[in-house]
Write a protein that binds this ligand. Structure first.
Ligand code: PMP
Length: 283
């Protein structure tokens, strides 16, 4: 597999950047995770726009224009002759000294990695996931906005560790006010009385591309969708629950903090949304 770094391609073993890059020293940079299904890159424009917005928010100038980035992402996929892939795009602050000052850094490094996706095991899409709420709160929006998909994922990693220690692959993070925000790498939805509900972006979440696609699909299917405030109580009494994300796609949740969601089986609307999502992605 070839890795793109600043317009050149390297074998995996030779794809290297400096240990003085602030992406490594301070997690100073941004990234995206994108999927290609059957040769078509899913929602490329949306992902690249979010990447450039994340960069702008941290005062990082992407060294190539957005249209060039799209071209290079497509070209990398071609070089690797992949029809189905997970695409990781990374922009680091670049090489600096050991001080924090990002303005001392050289050119930001642009990296594109293609890999094969490792989804949750297929049977979980049939049976559904068990998840727990963890104590680690989502970053305060006023400190490090969850809307920035930055290379500093420690907030999510600490929550993930708590989830794994509790025997769960994914974990619910609350915001600093105790409202449901999102999972460590996925957005969360519930269904209640036929309505589809998800935390509003003002709750301090990464506004997922998959989340927005699922909202569109649900509305097209005639469901009322509300971006709102959700508490753990709302999750406990939900009729259905599911998660969305580029890697996970749409996956049902059947147990939250030990409580079965409804009858403990993936819900009807969830299954409909999974089917529609797969059709839209070209699966
Ligand atoms: N929230 C977080 C914290 C994430 O890391 C991700 C995955 N990138 C998501 C939500 C889902 O976003 P998307 O659908 O754009 O992959």
């Amino acid at each position: 597999m070839k890795i793109y770094i600043n317009g050149d391609y390297f074998e995996k073993e030779d794809a290297k950047i400096s240990v003085y890059d602030h992406g490594l020293l301070y997690g100073d940079g941004v990234f995206e995770g994108i999927r290609a299904y059957n040769g078509k890159i899913f929602k490329l424009r949306e992902h690249v726009e979010r990447l450039y917005e994340s960069a702008k928010a941290i005062h990082l100038r992407v060294p190539i224009p957005l249209e060039q980035m799209e071209k290079d992402i497509r070209a990398t996929l071609k070089v690797n002759q992949l029809a189905n892939a997970y695409i990781r795009v990374i922009i680091t602050r670049g090489v600096g000294n050991l001080g924090l000052n990002p303005f001392t850094c050289g050119t930001p490094q642009v990296i594109i990695i293609n890999d094969l996706i490792s989804l949750y095991p297929e049977d979980l899409y049939e049976k559904g996931l068990e998840i727990v709420t963890v104590a680690t709160r989502r970053n305060l929006s006023e400190s490090l906005s969850p809307r920035v998909k930055s290379l500093n994922y420690l907030n999510n990693i600490l929550a993930k560790i708590e989830g794994l220690n509790a025997g769960c692959e994914e974990a619910i993070m609350l915001n600093s006010y105790g409202m449901v925000a999102e999972c460590t790498g996925d957005n969360i939805f519930i269904v209640k009385n036929g309505e589809v509900l998800t935390p509003a972006s003002s709750m301090g979440i990464l506004e997922g591309v998959t989340r927005n696609v699922v909202i569109e699909i649900a509305r097209r299917l005639g469901y009322k969708v509300k971006e709102t405030t959700l508490t753990r109580h709302d999750l406990f009494v939900a009729d259905e629950c599911f998660l969305t994300g580029t890697a996970a796609e749409v996956i049902p949740v059947i147990k939250i903090d030990g409580r079965p969601v409804s009858d403990g089986k993936p819900g009807k609307i969830t299954r409909k949304l999974i089917k529609e999502f797969r059709t839209l992605a070209g699966l």
